[in-house]
Design a protein around this ligand. Structure first.
Ligand SMILES: C[S@@+](CC[C@H](N)C(=O)[O-])C[C@H]1O[C@@H](n2cnc3c(N)ncnc32)[C@H](O)[C@@H]1O
Length: 269
């Protein structure tokens, strides 16, 4: 697959912008300012844990938005991410926590399809569309097979993602925001296009950094997301030797509705 596409490849070709990999360098640095520090999901995930079940594994933990909240709640959490830059930010944030909370956290730089840990977990989570970063069906099966090996017998794997329905095609999207980070300003543009044939959404981001109100760096990044139908996910889950225990449309555990784009898969052995 091409790394950079659309008008963004033109910007690179004409040396107007410099390319970076998704979730690396300046893309990692700006992530928390864009994504924010929301943690409304915590009560939902905590409902699958109790005093005896407190071991959590997060696949694609990024800068630790959720991982740090779990550690504060007294869970032992391992985070896996294949972006060293995202993980380094997570480690820096963890250092500011008390020693006790820090001791609840372990962060590992690895692909979510190929890690091998001694420990087993009560809850394995893949949140806010991270599972869609896995582009092929075979790789998605591999991610779930690897997770299954690390799951306690009465544990759950929870995937919070989007799903595709013929009745509601995915629309192209564009947004532009001014982001302030440590006295600097960045204009952050985000654009996505969905290909109904491959079910792949192409994402482009453009970051213009300003110094004293003058643009001094232009950065572009691209990445792909694969949006699956429920039927495809059912087959992926089955091939990984897992079962769908529950389907929800949101963290309030409401049933999947026709109009909802989001879906939460609760899987068990
Ligand atoms: C949308 S961010 C979510 C970060 C974090 N979970 C959060 O809720 O803010 C997706 C994360 O998944 C990571 N990621 C993408 N593909 C991955 C893979 N194959 N293996 C491990 N991590 C991956 C990215 O580096 C990024 O940090």
């Amino acid at each position: 697959m091409e790394k950079f596409f659309g008008i963004f490849s033109e910007l690179i070709k004409n040396k107007i912008a410099r390319p970076v990999e998704g979730y690396s360098g300046p893309e990692a640095k700006i992530y928390d300012s864009i994504q924010g520090s929301f943690n409304m999901e915590i009560p939902f995930y905590k409902s699958f844990l109790n005093d005896k079940k407190r071991n959590v594994l997060e696949l694609g933990c990024g800068t630790g938005r959720l991982l740090i909240e779990f550690a504060k709640e007294g869970c032992f959490i391992t985070g896996i991410d294949n972006s060293e830059d995202m993980i380094n930010i997570c480690r820096e944030k963890s250092k500011k926590l008390s020693k006790k909370i820090q001791s609840n956290i372990e962060v590992i730089n690895s692909d979510m399809g190929s890690y091998k840990l001694e420990k087993k977990y009560d809850l394995i989570i893949v949140v806010i569309n991270t599972f869609q970063h896995i582009i092929t069906i075979n790789d998605k099966i591999m991610v779930l097979k690897t997770a299954k090996k690390h799951l306690n017998d009465n544990g759950y794997i929870i995937i919070d993602t989007q799903y595709l329905r013929e009745s509601a095609p995915v629309k192209s999207n564009i947004s532009c925001n001014l982001i302030k980070t440590n006295n600097n300003e960045s204009l952050y543009m985000y654009q996505s296009d969905f290909d109904a044939l491959t079910k792949i959404e192409k994402h482009n981001t453009l970051q213009i950094k300003f110094n004293n109100k003058k643009p001094n760096d232009v950065i572009v990044s691209s990445y792909y997301l694969r949006i699956d139908t429920i039927q495809e996910m059912e087959s992926i889950v089955e091939k990984a030797g897992l079962h769908i225990t529950n389907l929800y449309s949101n963290w309030k555990k409401e049933p999947v509705k026709n109009e909802s784009r989001n879906i939460i898969y609760v899987l068990s052995k």
